[in-house]
Design a protein around this ligand. Structure first.
Ligand code: G4P
Length: 547
C-alpha cells in the first residue's frame, strides 16, 4: 500500500513501519479536536485557561492570559498585539482529559483576521462557542458560526458570565435560534444571576450544582444536590427555586431535548450556562467534548475520501505562522493529521512539489510550551518547520496523490500599493511579502506589467500587521498607499491561448498571487463586469480553494 519513491539509504524499516490498524483506531477514537470561537471579550481566553487548568495541563490560571498582551487596548495597534498575543502564542494546545487527547485550536476574534479563522475551522471536528450572557449573539459570533454551518461542524455553546446581571436565559436561547438559525438544547439551566446566581440545574441528570466563586489555583468541586424537588433547596433559596421550577417546565415544553445525532449533524447545539472566571460549568464543557463531540472524521481528499484510522499517514497544512516565539525565529506550518500515524523522523511526500521530505524536527503544542513530538494521529496538529516550501492547503501523504479540500481564500476587499523608502531594501521587501503572502497574513499580487506590488486584505488591520512585521522581521520600512484597485478575482480558463491574450491585453491589471494563481485586479465594479463580459471564456472567482 506504499508508493514510496526511492527511499534514502539511511531509511530504517521502523521509520516506515505501520502500527496495527486496531491501535490506530483506538488512538483516533480518543481524540477530540475543536476550535473555540467567540466575539472578543466574551471570555474565550478565560475559558481556554480553565479548560487547561481542569485537565491539569497548567497549574495556575494566568498563564494563557499573561500572553494576551495589551489587554486594555487603546489603539488599533494594541488590538493587533492583543490578537497576536493570544492567537499566535497559544493558537494550538493539546491536553488530556479522562484518557482523551484534546486538541484545542484558538481563533482570532477580530473580524479583520477572519480569514485566518476560516482556515482554522477547516482543521477542527467541532467548535465551542462562547457567548457573553449579558450581550447575547454579537456580530463576530454570527460570522464565525456561519463558517461552522458551511461545514456542518457540531457546536457546543457556553453562556458565560452568569455571575453578572445577564439577559433572560429564555430570551438568549430564542435569539440563538432565530439569529444563528440553530436549534438549542439547554443542558444546564441557570438559577438566578448576578449577585443572586445560585448555580445551575442539570436538565438531563436532575441535579443542582451550587455556585461558589472560584479562584485561580486549581480545579474545584462544586456541591451537587440531587433532585429539583429536594427540600434542601427550598430551604436554601426558596424564591429562586420556585422560579426555577416554573422555568424548567417551560424549557421542557418549549425547547429541544438534547439529541446526539442532531448535534453531530450540526443542526442542534447543547447549551451550558456558567461562569468561566469562577470555574463554574467548565467541567460540564469538558464532559460534553469527551462524551458527545465527534472523534476525527473521514475527509475529502479529491480523489477519494480518507478515513482517519487508515494506516498510511496523511494530512494538510491549514496555517503558517512566522516567529511564533521570539526565542525561535522560524516559520511553522501547522498540519492537521487526517489519517495514519505520524512518527518523528519519518519521510512524507509533499504532494504539490512531488518531493519527499524527512521530518525530523516537529513540534506539538502541549498547553504552553513547545515540545518535540514523537507520534501523532488523526486530529492532532503538528508543527513542521517551514523554509518557504510549504503553503496553506498543501497536502502530505506517504506517497498517494491526495489533495484535501476546503481551505478557502476570499477575494480581498481592501487594496494598497507598496513602496519602500530605501530602494536597497527591495530584495528584503519581496522576500518579506512573499513569506507573509504564503502565511496568509495578506494577499500579495504581482502585476504582469509594472513593478509595484499590490496588497489585498479582507480587513484593514492586516495592513498594519504587515507594515509592522516588515519593519521588525525584515528591516523594511514600507509605505502603503491607496490604489485605484477596488476588487480582485481569480481567473481560470481551459484555453491557454485565451489566458495569454488576457495577460497581454490587460497586463497592468492582471497579476499573480503569492501561490502563483492568476488574478484580475478591477478598478471598479463596472470595470469588473465589463471585463467579465469581454472574456466569456474565462471564469472569474471571488473565492478560491487551495489547489
Ligand atoms: P476574550 O478572550 O473572549 O476576549 O475574553 P477574556 O477571556 O479576555 O475575557 C474578557 C473579560 O471578561 C475579562 O475581563 C475577563 O476577566 C472577563 N470574564 C471572563 N469570564 C467571566 C465570567 O465568568 N464572569 C465575569 N464577571 N467576567 C468574566 P477584563 O476586565 O477585560 O480583563 P481582566 O482585567 O479580568 O484581565
Amino acid at each position: 500500500d506504499l508508493d514510496m519513491t526511492s527511499p534514502a539509504p539511511s531509511d530504517t524499516p521502523e521509520s516506515t513501519g505501520h502500527k496495527p490498524a486496531a491501535a490506530i483506531a483506538r488512538e483516533v477514537a480518543r481524540r477530540r479536536t475543536f476550535g473555540i470561537i467567540s466575539h472578543p471579550d466574551a471570555g474565550k481566553t478565560t475559558l481556554t485557561e480553565k479548560l487547561l487548568l481542569f485537565s491539569g495541563a497548567i497549574q495556575l490560571a494566568g498563564t494563557v492570559k499573561a500572553r494576551k498582551s495589551g489587554r486594555h487596548a487603546t489603539s488599533d495597534w494594541m488590538e493587533i498585539e492583543k490578537q497576536r498575543g493570544i492567537s499566535v502564542a497559544s493558537s494550538v494546545m493539546q491536553f488530556e482529559h479522562r484518557d482523551h487527547v484534546i486538541n484545542l485550536l484558538d481563533t482570532p476574534g477580530h473580524q479583520d483576521f477572519s480569514e485566518d479563522t476560516y482556515r482554522v475551522l477547516t482543521a477542527v471536528d467541532s467548535a465551542l462557542m462562547v457567548i457573553d450572557a449579558a450581550k447575547g449573539v454579537e456580530a463576530q459570533t454570527i460570522k464565525l458560526l456561519a463558517v461552522c454551518r458551511m461545514r456542518d461542524t457540531p457546536i457546543v455553546t457556553f453562556m458565560n458570565k452568569l455571575d453578572r446581571e445577564c439577559r433572560d436565559p429564555l430570551e438568549l436561547l430564542d435569539e440563538l435560534e432565530s439569529v444563528l438559525k440553530i436549534e438549542c438544547a439547554p443542558v444546564t439551566w441557570p438559577i438566578g444571576m448576578g449577585k443572586n446566581f445560585r448555580g445551575v440545574y442539570h436538565l438531563l441528570r436532575d441535579e443542582i450544582m451550587l455556585f461558589k466563586a472560584g479562584d485561580e489555583k486549581a480545579e474545584q468541586a462544586f456541591e451537587v444536590v440531587k433532585g429539583i424537588d429536594n427540600p434542601r433547596l427550598s430551604a436554601m433559596f426558596p424564591l429562586e427555586i420556585e422560579q426555577l421550577k416554573m422555568e424548567v417546565e417551560l424549557v421542557h415544553g418549549a425547547s429541544h431535548r438534547f439529541d446526539l445525532e442532531r448535534f453531530l449533524a450540526g443542526i442542534q447545539t447543547p447549551v451550558f450556562f456558567g461562569s468561566a472566571i469562577n470555574n463554574f460549568g467548565v467541567r460540564e464543557i469538558l464532559s460534553a467534548l469527551v462524551d458527545w463531540a465527534p472523534a476525527p472524521r473521514a475527509r475529502d481528499a479529491t480523489v477519494r475520501v480518507v478515513a482517519p484510522a487508515e494506516q498510511p499517514f496523511s494530512g494538510f497544512v491549514f496555517k503558517i505562522q512566522a516567529n511564533m516565539d521570539p526565542a525561535h525565529r522560524d516559520r511553522i506550518a501547522f498540519l492537521r493529521v487526517c489519517s495514519g500515524r505520524f512518527e518523528r523522523g519519518m519521510k512524507v511526500k509533499h504532494l504539490r512539489l512531488g518531493r519527499e521530505i524527512k521530518v525530523s524536527s516537529v513540534v506539538t503544542f502541549m498547553a504552553s510550551s513547545r515540545e518535540q513530538v514523537e507520534e501523532a494521529f488523526a486530529g492532532d496538529i503538528i508543527g513542521l518547520p517551514n523554509h518557504g516550501n510549504m503553503q496553506i492547503g498543501d497536502s502530505f501523504s506517504e506517497g498517494e496523490m491526495l489533495q484535501f479540500t476546503g481551505i478557502p481564500y476570499f477575494a480581498p476587499d481592501f487594496f494598497r500599493s507598496v513602496r519602500i523608502r530605501n530602494p536597497l531594501k527591495i530584495k528584503q521587501l519581496h522576500k518579506g511579502l512573499q513569506q507573509l503572502g504564503e502565511e496568509g497574513a495578506v494577499q500579495v499580487f504581482k502585476p504582469v506589467q509594472g513593478g509595484e506590488l499590490v496588497l489585498g486584505a479582507v480587513g484593514v488591520l492586516q495592513f498594519e500587521v504587515v507594515a509592522s512585521r516588515l519593519l521588525n522581521e525584515y528591516g523594511v520600512d514600507a509605505v502603503f498607499e491607496g490604489t485605484s484597485i477596488s476588487s480582485a478575482r481569480w481567473v481560470s480558463g481551459d484555453d491557454k491561448r485565451v489566458l495569454a491574450d488576457f495577460e497581454a491585453a490587460l497586463g497592468h491589471n492582471v497579476a499573480y498571487d503569492a501561490a502563483g494563481n492568476l488574478a484580475y485586479l478591477a478598478t471598479s465594479n463596472v470595470n469588473l463586469r465589463l471585463t467579465e463580459e469581454r472574456w466569456p471564456k474565462l471564469v472569474f472567482h471571488a473565492t478560491r480553494e487551495h489547489a
